[in-house]
Design a binder for this molecule. Structure first.
Ligand code: ADP
Ligand code: MG
Ligand code: MG
Length: 905
């Protein structure tokens, strides 16, 4: 017969951590901890394939399952004591979900399963603690009615009328009537009364009485876990995270241990290292006399486990270390063992039952990008992992997080601090206030606004809104709350537990210290400190030079990667920054960029003059004026890049963009050219193009007006000679853009060679180091690469245009329809972000292959946006490019991806 049940507990287990696909993450790790001899309450796991069978059988179970479950429960009773359904010594169960990959908060756990009017008496006699028994009962009713009787039945109550909320309101009302501060102040009688109210309410609201049979409860709970796999919110989370539907969830049934048995009991959540910074400290929160998710739910403010965890607001809180010294020491020991065993930071759940420690869960902990980097480097130094593993531990996404903008410290110093919360998610963010997740989606995603979602606390129902918002701020909850966990995993700026905020969702506003903030008003968050500011503060790029682990990790990448990493830079400042990030050359320097931005007035005016010239004489005169600007611009960047190659792309301007629209400017230019405004306008009309993207630009310009190519090449080569004579190490690569036919290149190469001779003679030098190559951005050039390589010493794939030309998608107009493509699954992702390997990628591969057939030492790189996209970089490695080039900021990402590419193969 098939095996449907895998038991664990009492020092052994029928599974281990390698069986995560079958047992789910939680089940596999419970087995692993049991095998390690950790104090794990006994239990068993029904594997994930049962979930699929359950759906195949339309919500039924295969033969044999019930018998195996019953046998396993008897075994648990033997270890833990008691029997399920017993009226004398009842064993109570927790029923927990657990997919392969942890899905925080997605699946619901039910605790204290097996409590009925009959078994309740047994529990009271057995423990002598009536208050505890009723506390457990009211919790069971809340969780069970919510998860099993409402959610898994597909009942969708109107907002605020869900059974869980209604029961919680009764609890609140009770506390208020008694003037009780927390639920721990309620007595046995209070709770007894509450349980009666709960039962009546459940029956009234849901139309069925709360099940008073232990047998019915366990199967109801198991079925609900399977059902929850297909709950709307679970499906939504899977879509975002790309988790396949067929994985299914396992069900874990486990003997209860009680953290709510009184003041000598407790429950908590901890991480073996700080998940926010990566610091090697034991990090966690706990609550006395509590159960389950109390710590996470933010009902009471959780306490720090040790002094290291304390902050301004928890200075005089009692630590777990102080209250439960023995359990704390035991946990420190387990912490060490866990890290040695798993070789990674673990996220653990624990409960202390009357002074005895129980481990309820461990899993690899989610962490911020900064923490991922620090832990990887630290653990490598500690000998827990090697460099390869350290590199694998850091994803491109984690790296993006530390490169993330942060609040400008200068602006922050001058700003009004509104409130302070707990720093749960990294970086800085500013945005307009929204108070519901649906609003966040409409305004953030659909209207393209930057929004900050403000909630009391978040739940899985908020996931879509959290995703759409640029940051999340909650009034309640601790560092292990739902909001904190989700935000941290996504690397989203997030502040939680900001208790000074009072939210009025109905009126879409909040108040802080009496001041009202309405929807749409700007605030700024510093997710690294927990500070909330009024208004829209500037965000700036972080200072990485002081981040030691970042630098060390980047050094690791260099030991593995084969690809060279260059940058796309047009100014000495950008080039310098990129060198700081580890760039080994420039893959794209665009001459026309000297005509944009600061200090460009004069060269721009001269360029315009050149563009508006009508014949060669006029044009040469204008070029002569432009020449010194061009030369000093090129020279400055070549200088910074001494020792590295610099690919300089000849002018590729959409001409009409450079014709002034403003009447005064037109007049001024006309006078300068000595022509009437009518003549000027005629020339400007001549420049008008129906489709400038495919118009008179790039190499076509150089063919019509050879003197333009001539001047640029001269500027490059003269700069190179002069810098070389000054002792610099200069390697210019002249790149001809927008090429479709080899003859275009041959035509231009003649000009280059001619100028080369002239410059050599002028400076009386034997040779000037340089290369001539082309940008491959038109499919025809890729297809005829064997021919093109006859004239080109290097190829640089301009994948922005190559994508545009291959798909026939206008880059400037794609925003109008691409979202529909993604939404409807016509395309998996934006081909302008990640190389379309099947189509555009094929052109690149063909181009490289044919080009190298003609010229085996052809140097090949990429200079589109894709050069900084991790997946695309790996592709570039796999098809044997020599280098990738990307914006300075993305150089570290490319370095890491290039190392990942090697480690993976
Ligand atoms: P999640 O997947 O959301 O983490 P869990 O299955 O871990 O859900 O359960 C939620 C909470 O219930 C945990 O914090 C844990 O403390 C508590 N819990 C689970 N099983 C038991 C048990 N056997 N005894 C006591 N508490 C439990
Ligand atoms: Mg949960
Ligand atoms: Mg858990």
């Amino acid at each position: 017969m098939s095996k449907y049940v895998y038991s664990f507990g009492g020092g052994t287990a029928e599974g281990d951590s390698t069986m995560r696909n079958l047992l789910g993450g939680k089940g596999a790790n419970l087995c692993e901890m049991a095998n390690l001899g950790f104090p794990v309450p006994p239990g068993f796991t029904i594997p994930t394939d049962l979930c699929n069978i359950y759906y195949e059988l339309d919500g039924d179970y295969p033969e044999g399952l019930k018998e195996q479950v019953n046998a396993a429960i008897v075994k648990m009773g033997d270890i833990r004591g008691g029997a399920y359904g017993s009226t004398e010594n009842p064993l109570l169960l927790s029923v927990r979900s657990g997919a392969r990959q942890s899905m925080p908060g997605m699946m619901d756990t039910i605790l204290n399963v097996g409590l009925t009017t009959e078994t309740l008496g047994g529990l009271i006699t057995q423990t002598g603690n009536e208050r505890f028994a009723y506390d457990a009962y009211r919790r069971l009713i809340t969780m069970y009615s919510d998860v099993v009787m409402e959610k898994s039945k597909g009942i969708e109550p109107t907002e605020g009328r869900g059974i869980r909320l209604q029961l919680e309101h009764l609890l609140e009302a009770k506390k208020e009537a008694l003037g009780a501060e927390g639920d721990t102040d309620l007595t046995a009688d209070d709770l007894k009364d509450l349980v009666d109210q709960y039962k009546t309410t459940v029956e009234r609201v849901l139309g069925t009485p709360f099940p008073d049979s232990a047998e019915e409860q366990i199967w109801g709970a198991i079925g609900a876990v399977f059902d929850s796999w297909n709950a709307t919110r679970a499906i939504a989370y899977r879509r975002i995270e790309g988790i396949p539907d067929e994985w299914g969830t396992a069900v874990n049934v486990q003997a209860m241990v009680y953290g709510n048995m009184g003041e000598n009991s407790a429950t908590g959540v901890a991480f073996t290292r700080d998940p926010a910074t990566g610091e090697n400290i034991f990090y966690g929160e706990w609550l006395a006399n509590a159960q389950g998710e109390d710590v996470v739910a933010g009902l009471r403010t959780p306490l720090p486990v040790n002094d290291l965890m304390k902050n301004d607001s928890s200075d005089d809180s009692e630590t777990l270390e102080a209250r439960h010294k023995a359990c704390y020491d035991e946990m420190i020991d387990l912490r060490e063992k866990l890290e040695q065993h798993y070789g990674d930071m673990q996220d653990i759940e624990f409960t202390i039952e009357d002074g005895q420690l129980w481990m309820l869960q461990c899993r690899t902990g989610k962490r911020t990008g900064a923490a991922a980097i620090k832990m990887a480097v630290d653990m490598c130094k500690e000998g827990l992992i090697d460099k390869k593993e350290a590199l694998k531990r850091v994803s491109a996404d984690s790296l993006v997080q530390v490169l993330l903008p942060m609040v400008d410290p200068a602006a922050e110093g001058a700003a009004e601090l509104l409130a302070k919360g707990l720093p749960a998610g990294p970086g800085g963010a500013n945005g307009k206030l929204v108070f519901t997740s649906d609003d966040a989606v409409t305004q953030g995603k659909e209207n393209g606004e930057k929004v900050i979602l403000v909630r009391d606390e978040t739940s899985p129902e908020d996931v879509h809104g959290m995703h759409a918002a640029s940051a999340v701020l909650t009034a309640k909850g601790g560092m292990t709350s739902h909001a904190a966990l989700v935000a941290r995993a996504w690397g989203k700026c997030c502040i939680v537990g900001c208790s000074d905020i009072e939210i009025d969702v109905e009126n879409r506003q909040m108040s802080i210290g009496g001041k009202i903030f309405k929807e749409g008003e700007w605030i700024t968050l510093n997710g690294t400190t927990g500070n909330v500011y009024d208004g829209q503060l500037d965000l700036i790029d972080p200072d990485l030079e002081t981040n030691v682990e970042f630098t060390e990790l980047m050094d690791f990448t260099d030991e593995f990667r084969r690809l060279k990493i260059r940058t796309n830079a047009d100014t000495p400042a950008d080039a310098q920054r990129a060198i700081g990030f580890g760039a080994e050359g420039i893959g794209l320097f665009r001459i026309e960029h000297m005509f944009y931005g600061e200090g460009s007035d004069e060269p721009l005016f001269k360029l315009r003059k050149m563009i508006m010239s009508s014949d060669e004489v006029e044009r040469r005169a204008a070029l002569d004026e432009l020449y010194p600007h061009m030369k000093s611009d090129i020279k400055a960047t070549l200088d910074v890049m001494s020792g590295y190659p610099v690919t300089i792309r000849l002018l590729d301007p959409p001409l009409h963009e450079f014709v002034p629209h403003d009447a005064n400017a037109r007049q001024e230019l006309a006078s300068e050219l000595n022509v009437s405004i009518t003549e000027f306008n005629r020339r400007s009309d001549d420049l008008h193009e129906t489709n400038p993207m495919m118009g008179h630009r790039g190499v076509r310009l150089g063919i019509s007006f050879p003197e333009i190519t001539e001047a640029q090449v001269r500027a490059i080569l003269e700069s190179a000679v002069e810098l070389t004579q000054e002792g610099r190490d200069i390697h210019p690569e002249i790149m001809i853009p927008v090429l479709g036919h080899v003859n275009e290149l041959k035509n231009q190469k003649k000009i280059v060679d001619q100028v080369y001779q002239e410059v050599r003679e002028k400076y009386n030098v034997d040779a000037i180091d340089h290369m001539v190559g082309t940008m491959i951005e038109i499919p025809r050039a890729a297809l005829t690469a064997d021919k093109v390589a006859e004239a080109a010493e290097f190829f640089s794939f301009g994948t922005n245009d190559l994508t545009q030309m291959s798909f026939g998608f206008s880059r400037d107009d794609v925003a109008g329809f691409l979202p529909d493509y993604i939404e409807q699954g016509v395309l998996d992702n934006d081909p302008f972000q990640t190389v379309d390997q099947d189509g555009v990628g094929q052109l690149i591969e063909v181009g490289i292959e044919r080009g190298r057939k003609t010229r085996p030492d052809l140097k090949v790189g990429i200079c589109g946006e894709h050069g900084g996209d991790a997946d695309s970089v790996i592709f570039c490695h796999n098809i044997n490019m020599d280098y990738v080039s990307c914006s300075p900021f993305r150089v570290p990402i490319a370095r890491l991806a290039a190392a990942h590419a090697v480690i993976q193969d």
